[in-house]
Design a protein around this ligand. Structure first.
Ligand code: GLN
Length: 318
């Protein structure tokens, strides 16, 4: 396929379909360059050539190609849901008195700066920050509470705990346990460390699809309102915070480059998922388990670069 690069001003429905098809082709090619995560043994079973992209707009129109209904574990994309939940029930001030809002420039599971430069984790989109945010919820909320919130937020009653992934994470999550205990030793984490680690592992093991993530992206891009029911699921101020943190921290130590080249608030996970909240409103969910060295889906990154360029979606475009 000969892939055009030119930006389209005021794209028609047909243009949008064409651009997503192009992005799908680009993603499928890019997947060949990536590697599936294997540090969680269960993730190593994913098909590295799988790829799907799903777009949902505020009128309920969708465009999708590829493996968009395949279920996979949400992994770090759950950090967006955890942050939304914490902001809703703990509020902005309390949440951010326990975790900062600075990009770390380090890999998602790094412990380095946490010990050297600061007591509080840098932001809620890296493991340390997400674990710390989870610890604000462990005493008062159950896994089921957050599962139900996820189902509503993502308009997907089919989200469940993937038991095999959970077991795999539980058995091999030593680095995450190290983070939990480091935070505990500093007196930063006040909840029970094992309960906190367990809830974090469970939330990373929620089963979603690219379609699920497109709906999540749509709600975020639509100011926290489900456009089909009119229900305000996240307060507008909280949406602003979530989008800002996704933009600056959502791709770990690739966040800067993603911000420049794609310029859309997004969040990835090592299961291969990615959610993007583009203006429109437009939610984009992607799945491609072959990862780049940063732990982002290589197919999703390349596809999003193309979609953003062709459809003028960069937040700083004019
Ligand atoms: N569950 C994974 C971990 O804690 C999530 C990391 C990710 O998706 N980047 O290592």
């Amino acid at each position: 396929m000969n892939i055009p690069k030119k930006r389209i001003k005021d794209p028609s429905r047909k243009d949008i379909e064409q651009v997503f098809l192009e992005a799908y082709e680009i993603g499928r090619e890019a997947a060949k360059e990536g590697r599936v995560a294997d540090y969680i043994p269960e993730l190593a079973k994913a098909d590295p050539s799988a790829f799907g992209v799903y777009m949902l707009d505020g009128k309920g129109k969708s465009v999708f190609y590829g493996d968009v209904f395949t279920r996979f574990s949400i992994q770090s994309v759950c950090k967006v849901i955890i942050l939304a939940f914490a902001l809703k029930y703990r509020g902005f001030d309390e949440t951010f008195s326990h975790v900062m809002m600075e990009p770390s420039g380090d890999s998602f599971n790094s412990i380095l700066k946490l010990d050297m430069r600061s007591n509080l984790p840098f932001n809620p989109m890296i493991n340390a920050g997400a674990i710390q945010t989870v610890s604000l919820l462990t005493e008062d909320f159950s896994f089921e509470d957050i599962l139900n919130f996820s189902r509503v937020l993502c308009m997907d009653p089919g989200i469940e705990l993937n038991e095999a992934v959970y077991k795999s994470e539980f058995e091999t999550g030593n680095r995450n346990r190290a983070i939990v205990y480091l935070l505990k030793s500093k007196g930063v984490l006040t909840a029970d460390p094992e309960k906190t680690a367990d809830l974090y592992f469970k939330l990373c093991s929620l089963s979603v699809s690219a379609e699920t993530l497109a709906s999540l992206g749509l709600v975020i891009s639509n100011g926290g309102v489900n456009p089909f029911t009119g229900q305000q699921l996240i307060e507008p101020d909280h949406v602003r915070t979530i989008k800002s943190i996704m933009f600056t921290c959502g791709m770990y130590d690739f966040s800067g480059e993603f911000g420049v080249k794609v310029g859309v608030p997004g969040k990835s996970g090592v299961g291969g998922g990615m959610v993007c909240a583009a203006r429109g409103p437009m939610g984009i969910g992607l799945y491609g388990p072959a990862l780049d060295p940063f732990g982002n889906s290589i197919a999703a990154v390349r596809a999003m670069e193309h979609i953003s360029e062709r459809l003028n979606l960069h937040v700083f475009d004019y």
